[in-house]
Design a protein around this ligand. Structure first.
Ligand code: TRP
Length: 344
């Protein structure tokens, strides 16, 4: 039997190059070696409760982007969280094994809650609970491995703690302790290079952007602000255009040559415009097959729906097994045990 992977994304918009470099690219490679559960975490959108239409559209957008990059629903399970209500049940039961203070100290949650407090002036309890739901996501299929970005590491640590405590306190080894797996690029910067790529910051190149949009966005990217003329020696480190070349240009020799020329400066040195033009090509070459696959699935929505339904059904079956063990370990299987004899 293959070892299992679970990983997920919240349905809050279509996906961009940051998702690809930080996550999807790794997922693609793991599909043969592992049984993969790719989750659309639509229970974890309490911060979008005032825009459910957006969430609803995003469920389809995410599914289309997954198919576009080449994730394969024949091999992997595409799961919609709310179609597997055992996620909710397991979250409640696991909450017994998660000390309040442990959640309150989670650094990723803390900073996200502070941002939410700032923008919306209140934080729903559902938001506070999302790391717990993520723990349930991972433990429900008893995943061995969780490919994620760096910011998610505290949640994996939390998952191990909860699993370990559940096993210890019930005396039944229900859950394996999962491991995180980081990608090579864990956090791609946005077009201006100052923050991580994010749709809400309007600094992203989306996987579904057309060739002209990609050209316009790349030509507008920030580079080395101190290099005014191509004769000036330039800086490559932290320069967004080179960060992208490193992340996406398969021609490593070309990238090294450009960097050397850029650093050197002088009358024959490569200029920003040329570096960007080559980047436009690199990104469009990467995205073109994705656009084609996306167009195919947009024209065949039934196939998208079938992928989501089949993946969710597959996880429900696995979830039934886990939940039977969980209820057994917690002795919630009242009717299998029957009424106890009155205490004497
Ligand atoms: N919280 C993750 C994010 O914001 C998404 C997610 C939900 C997830 N459930 C998960 C990731 C389970 C890994 C495993 O990116």
């Amino acid at each position: 039997m293959k070892r299992r992977i679970l990983t997920g994304i919240r349905p809050t918009g279509s996906l961009h190059l940051g998702h690809y470099a930080g996550a999807l690219k790794q997922w693609l490679e793991l599909q043969d070696e592992y049984e993969c559960f790719f989750l659309i975490a639509d229970y974890q959108v309490s911060d979008y409760a005032d825009d459910i239409e957006h969430v609803r559209r995003s469920v389809w957008e995410v599914a289309l982007d997954w198919l576009a990059v080449g994730l394969d629903p024949q091999r992997s399970h595409f799961v919609v969280e709310s179609q597997v209500p055992q996620h909710a049940e397991l979250s409640v039961l696991l909450s017994w094994f998660l000390p309040l203070g442990r959640l309150q100290r989670n650094p990723t949650l803390k900073s996200e809650m502070a941002a939410l407090e700032e923008s919306k002036h209140s934080v729903p309890v559902g938001f506070f609970m999302y790391p717990l739901m993520q723990v349930a996501n991972i433990l429900l299929p008893r995943a061995d491995l969780v490919p994620v970005g760096e910011d998610q590491l505290p949640h994996i640590e939390l998952t191990r703690d909860v699993a370990e405590r559940f096993n210890r306190e019930t005396g039944v080894e229900v859950f394996p302790l999962p491991n995180a797996r980081l990608g090579t690029v864990t956090r791609l910067v946005g077009l201006q290079g100052d923050a991580k790529m994010s749709k809400s910051l309007d600094n992203s190149i989306d996987l579904k952007d057309d060739a002209e949009t990609v050209r316009r966005k790349v030509m507008s990217m920030f580079t080395d602000p101190k290099r005014i003329h191509r004769t000036d020696p330039g800086t490559v480190e932290g320069n967004p255009v080179f960060i992208y070349h490193d992340a996406f240009n398969p021609d490593v020799a070309q990238v090294e040559e450009m960097k050397a020329s850029y650093r050197r400066g002088g009358p024959d040195a490569i200029g920003d415009v040329e570096v960007k033009k080559r980047l436009v090509k690199v990104i469009n070459d990467l995205l073109e097959p994705m656009r084609e696959r996306r167009a195919y699935y947009e024209a065949h929505p039934k196939l998208v729906q079938e992928a989501l339904e089949a993946g969710s059904a597959a996880e429900r079956a696995v979830a039934d097994e886990t939940m039977a063990d969980v209820r057994g370990a917690l002795k919630l299987d009242y009717f299998a045990r029957g009424m106890p004899k009155a205490a004497r």
